[in-house]
Design a protein around this ligand. Structure first.
Ligand SMILES: [Zn+2]
Length: 160
């Protein structure tokens, strides 16, 4: 078994399965702690972008995770409303979404390991946003597509 995760490159995690164990542990923690729960959507979105073969198999799931990270980093106080608009837009979209170009092969320098060691909520928050910015940067080629999707979702909200 590989020592590193072949999807995100995390070292010393006992492969893809070990990486997934770290992710599940954070999911468990989120469900028993309201402060961590509030940040968990972003954990899921960033983790998905580093493991697209498993979590972004459909165009729709890729768009959901990609826009989720974008909104968390760029939309501040508006993020709840924007995420709701995206959710509505995604559930109504009849055409399959075709993100272009394909996901990058290099998906960031940092991995879930960088947030797994946090001992307090502020520490976790800072580590998570640092990881998110790193991964978002790695997905730079899809920033225009992400912004296009968010704009389409917001326009649809205005119409309806
Ligand atoms: Zn991984």
């Amino acid at each position: 078994m590989a020592e590193f995760c072949p999807d995100c490159g995390a070292q010393g995690v006992a492969g893809r399965e070990g990486c997934e164990v770290l992710f599940q542990a954070l999911t468990g923690k989120a469900f028993s702690n309201v402060g961590w729960f509030a940040l968990h959507r972003l954990v899921v979105d960033v983790y998905a972008l580093q493991h697209p073969d498993k979590y972004c198999r459909s165009g729709k799931s890729l768009v959901a995770h990609l826009t989720g990270v974008c909104v968390a980093l760029e939309y501040g106080e508006r993020k709840t409303a924007v995420n709701r608009a995206i959710q509505q837009w995604l559930s109504g979209a009849s055409q399959p979404l075709r993100p272009d170009p394909p996901p990058p092969r290099q998906r960031g320098q940092l991995t879930i390991v960088s947030i797994s060691q946090a001992h307090s909520l502020p520490e976790f928050h800072d580590a998570l946003y640092t990881w998110a910015r790193d991964v978002w940067q790695a997905w730079q080629s899809l920033h225009p597509y992400a912004h296009e999707c968010i704009q389409a979702a917001l326009n649809q909200k205005k119409d309806g």
